[in-house]
Write a protein that binds this ligand. Sequence first.
Ligand code: NAD
Length: 733
Amino acid sequence: MSDFTYSVDADGVATLTWDVPGKSMNVMTREAFAEVSAMVDKALADDRVKGIIVTSGKKDFAGGMDLNVLASIREEAGDNPARALFDFTMSGHRILRKLERAGMDPKTLKGGKPVVCALPGTCAGIGTELALACHRRIMADNPKAKIGLPEILVGLFPGGGGTTRYSRMVGAMAAAPVLLEGKMLEPAKAKAAGLIDEVVAPEDLLKRAREWVLAATDADIVKPWDQKGWKMPGGAPYHPAGFMTFVGANAMVHGKTQGVYPAAKALLSAVYEGALVPFDTALTIEARWFTSVLMNPSSSAMIRSLFLNKEALEKGANRPKVADQTVRKLGVLGAGMMGAGIAYVAANAGIEVVLIDAAQEAADRGKAHAEGILDKGMKRGKVTAEKKAEVLGRITATTGYAALEGCDLIVEAVFEDMKVKAGVTAEAEAVIPATAIFATNTSTLPISDLAKASKRPEQFIGIHFFSPVDKMMLVEIIKGAKTGDTAVAKALDFVRQIRKTPIVVNDARFFFANRCIIPYINEGIRMVAEGVEPALIEHAATLLGFPLGPLQLVDETSIDLGVKIARATKAAMGDAYPDGAVDAVLFAMADRGRLGRKSSAGFYAYDDKGGRLGLWEELGTIWPVSDTQPDLAHVQHRLMMAQVLEAVRALEDGVLEDIREGDVGAILGWGFAPWSGGPFSWLDIIGAGKAVDICDGLEAAHGARFAAPKLLRDLAAKGQTFYGRFGTAAKAA
Ligand code: NAD
């Protein structure tokens, strides 16, 4: 069965309809590309054909390239994958260029056949690049539709001619939001940004496309860069304005990426170098940079974690094989910051929610939180009044547990206190059906201990959200010692309903994400006590691509929370507690009332409105800065290894069962250097041998917390990688 169909009507308009059988979204494959090529040949050779419409048989146009294709080309290519990837990219360029030239005489630029792209809905990646090669793009005024080139978000850049074409259409600066930030635009904004030419009512889409094809003249179908005397909008690199643009763009990209994302640099190089040469040479340059990015281990790791594995986890790669567990009625206990957020995301996904708190005002405040998020959405034009009413209509805010009758899932988010949690568990279980699943959102209490308050521990599970719930995409699902398969499936189905990404881990102190984040924060604080320049600590982290340095992170999450966790951990661990040096700093800050952003005072200073000013100057007085400072690389190794070794230990301990979850969870949960693909991918990039060397050096200088785990030493001794040893499941997905 073909992905494209071809038909010609009585007026000589050929239509290429993209409709991949058995899929809800069109994605491009090698075979489909060959079909497009053959159909374009056929249309150009057929004298009856006056012009071509390229459209989709689905509600959307295309989701982009099937990224598995790139992986399979690499694998099939043997010892010269770069050549194979480059050849594949160039063959794509030739097909799209053939479509763009449309049979016209290369000298007179006459006699070509007009090609219009009729976009019924969303269009991304190679779909947009195909559309850009057409002579005109008409998009349906579909409120859900967006168009763009989001490749940069998975570590690539548009390598199917999109970079060269779009930068030449609007200029390097104007193209930046689409190319460099991967922004997807609604039809009206896409028209303003020059990505499309017309927006029409959905029912008029094909009619308007035919009209245009039949009326188009020779002049309408010659691309600006194929005309004599063409100049790059906004100026080419050696034009005074262009010079300023490229200098600025280079600085902007470096500022945003810290130079750790190879795709952003390569994209800019392709635009810069391409702008100096004729169009076809520019496409070759784009293909070379694209190949270089595809060959970069960072890009492969990003594609693997942020695209392939993230999707596999969302589709339930580790879901037990039990019947569908779609949630119909959810009970949320505790309408504080987390409970209110959970109620909102569930109601927004169409689930009926009962939101319970001890006092009616607190429950109402929780519902008002949802209203606040919806109001913000309305201000930005993303939410209609009907949608707001619908979502709020699904939330019942109450104090009465009787309202939980019929709930098939409960998420408890009351105070972090064993007794309080046990109390609400018993109260809820007295009302909910015997088959219902009970989940806790605890961040620190063991699931297996909390499950003791339940009459049905096999139906008891952890569903750990991150704050703010409506923004954070990761949900950590934690199995207690007795948690059964149905509870895991229920949690996974719930996370799928609310369109977030799940990881499933076993019960252990701080589960997975916090287990890794806390040592990162602690390592930063330790260095303050040792006299390392605080700015060096923070910059070492951001230069690694972390969104926040450890000191800013603890300010954001609050220093008193750190104190609370430290006290609880110390009480649980007794003499084995290793973080006394950290606590000395943390407690001293708390004693001075510097609790972080919420008190407008922490490791950073803040202005009256809460704006962050800079590192608090007194830090150097309390913890004097040493005359000799460590190398940047040494500080970075400490910050990186503090988290990464914890991830390896979580795998050794069986807390993590799948390295894909460790990598995806780290990036989505705490912004772990996305360019690296996650902690395990990073270790694979540097190699286990090098990692062990770094650990040995750090252990000698700073102690046992940096001792290389046995597993890492074993991989190093055998010359293996994490994905080589544990990636079978990842490959099968
Ligand atoms: P919060 O203090 O904002 O909210 C707790 C709510 O529970 C309050 O509204 C309180 O009135 C209510 N409550 C207390 N006892 C109750 C009872 N017996 N019956 C009904 N309601 C009761 O706390 P939060 O930050 O939303 O945290 C809630 C839970 O989520 C905790 O277990 C916490 O560890 C966990 N958590 C918090 C975060 C975070 O960043 N704050 C992140 C993940 C998980």
